[in-house]
Design a binder for this molecule. Structure first.
Ligand SMILES: Nc1nc2c(ncn2[C@@H]2O[C@H](COP(=O)(O)OP(=O)(O)OP(=O)(O)O)[C@@H](O)[C@H]2O)c(=O)[nH]1
Ligand SMILES: [Mg+2]
Length: 293
């Protein structure tokens, strides 16, 4: 795993590049310029309006930068730091999201992280929708060096998930990280498969899946939040992973996750490699917006 300190500076460097022009000179910007920067990075309109009002109303001696930083941090709310529970035998995590959001890569990154923390993860490739869906994760399991259960194209995803949990129990794997097929939130038959997968895992292992994380592509901006709201109606989401933060200038949508979804942002993806996943850190994220170390 990447050392935490280097992960931190990597995040900063990446985000600094992404959010350009930076807000570092906020005291020199006029309110319209500031408004434009925030809107362009997909900070929700409601929050931008609130910020503009607060800045307008603040006495001259108050630093605008401090005020803005406080408002942005407040919006992100409390962080929830995640550690793999050891009392579920095994802990089962389901990853879901629209096509290409980064689920399979994130599953591999999480397996690597779990191994680094002493776990014996099982990756489950339940993406039986595409020919390469399950085999892509199988390759990752070989790279990472962990157990894998998958299914052929066209196989029942709920059955594959059941088998993976069953095999994990038999071989003492913990956690089980279940990758699912990408699906558009508007496609009802595919969306209906998700609760079926959950029921199936719960039959073999009551309580499973213990968590359901939505994988959101940062480059989609506010659209990612709309997708998450739809998924949340079908299967309650317990956490968010934001991928491709390294290539997006629209990550301002992260500021609407708490108010729109009330689900914590747990991890951020900062690249395509197996180590490019770091816990979400609001302070670091906001400071990066200001181009600060
Ligand atoms: N730059 C960058 N690329 C990423 C990140 N996460 C995933 N990707 C890339 O995004 C593309 C899609 O990733 P996948 O993991 O296959 O996405 P998926 O959600 O499993 O896709 P489907 O199964 O087709 O729905 C791949 O090229 C990944 O390498 C990230 O954090 N940063
Ligand atoms: Mg995939």
């Amino acid at each position: 795993m990447v050392a935490w300190a280097s992960a931190l500076s990597k995040t900063r460097n990446i985000l600094k590049k992404v959010f350009s022009p930076s807000l570092g000179d906020v005291d020199e910007l006029n309110v319209e310029e500031l408004e434009e920067i925030l809107l362009r990075s997909d900070v929700p309109v409601r929050l931008v309006m609130e910020i503009v009002d607060e800045l307008d109303a603040a006495p001259r001696r108050v630093s605008r930068k401090d005020l803005l930083r406080d408002l942005l941090l407040k919006e992100l709310g409390e962080v929830r730091s995640f550690s793999w529970p050891s009392d579920k035998s095994p802990f089962v995590l389901l990853l879901l999201g629209v096509n290409g959001s980064g689920k399979t890569t994130t599953a591999a990154k999480l397996a690597k992280m779990a191994m680094g923390q002493g776990g014996k993860p099982m990756l489950c490739g339940s993406d039986t929708f595409r020919a390469a869906g399950s085999s892509q994760l199988k390759l990752w399991s070989e790279t990472v060096g962990c157990d894998f259960v998958g299914g052929e194209m066209g196989a029942d995803a709920a059955g594959v998930a059941f088998n993976a949990v069953d095999a994990a129990i038999a071989s003492g794997c913990d956690p089980v990280i279940v990758d699912s097929a990408g699906r558009m939130h508007t496609k009802t038959p595919l969306m209906d498969e998700l609760p079926k997968m959950c029921r199936s895992m719960g039959k073999r292992h009551p309580g499973a899946p213990h968590e359901v994380w939505m994988v959101l592509d940062a480059s989609l901006g506010q659209n990612a939040v709309i997708q998450a709201q739809q998924f949340n109606k079908v299967v309650p989401i317990t956490g968010i992973v934001v991928t491709k933060l390294d290539g997006s200038s629209k990550a301002g949508f992260l500021f609407s996750v708490r108010s729109e979804l009330n689900v914590p942002i747990l991890f951020t993806g900062l690249g395509e490699g197996e180590d490019d996943l770091v816990p979400f850190n609001p302070e670091e994220f906001v400071d990066a917006l200001f181009g600060e170390e």
